[in-house]
Every structure is written in C-alpha cells, then in structure tokens.
Design a protein around this ligand. Structure first.
Ligand SMILES: NC(=O)c1ccc[n+]([C@@H]2O[C@H](COP(=O)([O-])OP(=O)(O)OC[C@H]3O[C@@H](n4cnc5c(N)ncnc54)[C@H](O)[C@@H]3O)[C@@H](O)[C@H]2O)c1
Length: 378
C-alpha cells in the first residue's frame, strides 16, 4: 500500500485532498509549499522516510514503499524530484506520468533500471551514488566465496539438525588460488585488495585497464578468455548495460576452467541463467554465489507475478531462477551486497546531497551529463 506523507505538514497526514484544493482558497502554508518543488521518494523503508523527512523538512515530500510503477499516477503528477531504488523501473511510460519531473536521484550505484535515453529526451537529470560501498560489496563477495569454499550453508543447516558429520563438507584454501575479476572498477579493485590479503593470485579483465594500479595492487590484466581459462573463482563486477548483457553466455562458460566457482554481485543481466544451469549440470561451474539473478524483480512478489500477464521469455527467467534456487551448490541471496548500516547511511547522505545540489542549480553525480547543456523538451 502506498504510504503518503507530507514533510511540510506538522506531522499531519498526507497528501492534500484534490477536491479540497479545488473548492477552498489555499492557506499560506499551501501557497509556500506550491512554490517549492515536490519531492517523491519510492521504494522507501521506514528509516529512509524518517531520514529524508528530516533532510527536506521545508519541501512537500511524499513517500511510497512501492516501486514507482505501482504508485497511482495521481500521486506522481506533481513530482519535480523523484528518488528511487533499483526496484523502480523508469521507462518512458512511467516518465509520462510526471510531466514536471526534472531530477531522478537513484539511491544506487547502478542505473540500468532507468531509461537514460527517455530521460535525455525529456531533459531530466539522473544522478546516482557512485561511491558508497566498494568495501561493502567486496566484503559480501568474499562472504559468498568463503561460504562456497567451506560449504558453510550446508554445514550450518546440518548442525542445526544435530548432524555433526563432515562427509561432503571438505573445502579448499583460498591461498594460492586464482581469482578472476571481471570489471576492475571501484568494487572490483576492492575485491582485488581483499584477495591479495588472502594470498590469492589475481587476474583482471576491464575495458579500461589501469596498468599502474595493477602494479601497485599486484594483479595482472588479461583478456576475458584468458581469465576464464585460468581462474579458480570468477567474480563479476561490471555494470548492467547493453554491452554486458549475457557477458557470461554458454560460449564463455565453455571456456571456463573446469570446476571453477562463479560469483555475481553485479547485475543479473550479466549472466545468462540458462547457460549457467547448463554449466552447473556439465560440472564446468562447480558452484555459484549469486546476489543478483536475471528476472529477480519478477519473483520478488509472487502475487504480482500471478496477477500480471507475462510473455514466454519472462516466465522462462522465473523458472530458471527457481531451478537455481534449489541447486545444492548454488547460494542465492536477495540482492543484499550493499545492505549494511554504514553503506545505507552513505547512500542516504549522497542522495540528499544530490537532491540539494540539484535544487541549488549545480547537480552532482550526474550520469547523463549531456542533458545539462540540452534545452528541456518538456
Ligand atoms: N549487489 C549489490 O548490492 C550491488 C551494489 C553496488 C553495485 N552493484 C553493481 O556493481 C557494479 C559495479 O560497481 P562499481 O562501483 O565497481 O562500478 P565502476 O563503474 O566503478 O566499475 C565498473 C568497471 O567495469 C568496467 N567495464 C564496463 N563495461 C565492461 C565490459 N563490457 N567488460 C569489462 N569491463 C567493463 C569499467 O571499465 C569499470 O572499471 C554496479 O554497476 C552495480 O551494477 C551491485
């Protein structure tokens, strides 16, 4: 259910009633609110609502726990600033419901859920949170690696049943193993730092290599094929984008070292789930740790899935994810690598700064900078 609230109202409920607005003269407070741009936050949790309510106490602000596409159009109509998380898919149709929209502040690093071309066409600025959790996501990457290397989940499940046998729980050391990092950006580089602490050998593939960093951190850039052929563990850290869509397809899985482990904390779209299931069946991939999976948004709410019409491709994705979930050698987590107290605070702080700097006329962390020079089409 949408949760309406108005930061400027003195603890009062909610959005102004449109009928009341039509029949009575606006109060001074309503007049001042109208002079200020309306901010809409979607995908918000209770603590985020409290945070942003304090941060934007002087603005009309509306909060919705649901993704933007599930918020009634009438509740979005006044939005000048929209803040979302990755569960909100911003398409041209969604934008059409917000004729006054000027800024989308996503509370995430990735922005593949936002149709940038549609935003460009409307002159809408999009900002993200580029650096909040390189250590946060890298630490979680190692949580997955260690859990798989030492059969942690199965071991804990067994002991809960008072079964203390070690059969099938023999693990392997990380020391001396080869880690292949695909996408050595902010997060990938932090993964490399941690890997070096475990005395692992590190290979990296990136379309924009930094040889000096390789020298300082002690890793080697190689081609993707070389990385796949030599790595005991492959960890993905590229952004979700058309150029990385199904980067790990059947052909690439076939080139991996037999018995390797795959970790994906980047985006579900980077891995072709059907190809991964094939590689697991063939024993090419011995185990996988997936914080993100293709179509994760589809099965988030089963009720929604049953209610909505779905074409074959979407149902195939859901089916693949269900099969992956039940593989004994696969750990799936609910897209939570970013989810620590410290990272959430940094996300909220940067989002607040992104919105405030936009309102002051000097936007920060803009991911579609071309739009700043372009005249607005709306
Ligand atoms: N699971 C989570 O909770 C979570 C949290 C934060 C970020 N992420 C994901 O992690 C991704 C990486 O984050 P980051 O902060 O390191 O981003 P970044 O932009 O700093 O690094 C991405 C790197 O990938 C490289 N790259 C881009 N396209 C490539 C390609 N086709 N082949 C090889 N390399 C390519 C870039 O050159 C860059 O070095 C984000 O885009 C997001 O999708 C997930």
């Amino acid at each position: 259910m949408p949760r309406h609230s108005d930061a400027t109202a003195s603890g009062g409920s909610a959005r102004p009633d449109s009928r009341a607005r039509a029949t009575s003269a606006p109060t001074r407070q309503q007049q001042s609110e109208r002079a200020r741009p309306t901010l809409v936050f979607c995908d918000v949790s209770d603590w985020e609502e409290q945070w942003f309510r304090r941060a934007f106490a002087d603005y009309p602000v509306h909060f919705f726990p649901d993704p933007v596409d599930r918020v009634p159009a009438a509740d979005l109509a006044d939005a000048v600033v929209l803040s979302v998380f990755i569960h909100s898919r911003i398409t041209a149709d969604v934008l059409a419901r917000m004729p006054r929209l000027r800024l989308i502040a996503t509370r995430s690093t990735g922005f593949d859920h936002v149709d940038l071309a549609a935003c460009d066409a409307r002159g809408i600025v999009v900002s993200n949170v580029p650096h909040y959790g390189e250590n946060t996501v890298a630490e979680f990457t190692f949580a997955l690696i260690l859990a798989l290397a030492r059969h942690l989940v199965e071991a804990a499940e067994r002991t809960r049943r008072c079964d203390f046998r070690l059969d099938g729980l023999r693990g392997f050391d990380l020391r001396g193993k080869v880690l292949g990092v695909v996408g050595a950006g902010s997060i990938g580089l932090h993964v490399i730092r941690i890997a070096r602490g475990f005395a692992m050998d590190v290979l990296a593939f990136d379309t924009r290599p930094h040889p000096l960093l390789a020298e300082v951190l002690g890793f080697t850039y190689v081609s993707l094929d070389d990385l796949l052929a030599r790595s005991d563990i492959v960890s993905l850290h590229v952004p979700g984008a058309p150029s990385t869509y199904h980067l790990m397809n059947r052909e690439r899985f076939a080139r991996m070292k037999r018995g390797a482990i795959l970790i994906n904390t980047a985006r579900g779209s980077v891995v072709d789930s059907q190809a991964l299931l094939w590689a697991l069946r063939e024993g090419i991939v011995a185990a996988a740790g997936l914080d993100v999976v293709e179509g994760e948004e589809l099965i988030k709410e089963e009720a929604q899935l049953v209610a909505a019409p779905h074409e074959e491709e979407r149902l195939r994705l859901v089916l693949c994810e269900q099969v992956l979930l039940h593989q004994p050698n696969v750990i799936v987590t609910p897209h939570m690598a970013f989810y620590t107290r410290e990272a959430l605070d940094r996300i909220a702080e940067t989002t607040q700064e992104n919105i405030q700097s936009f309102l002051r006329g000097c936007p920060t962390n803009v991911v579609n900078p071309a739009v700043l020079g372009a005249p607005s089409a709306a």
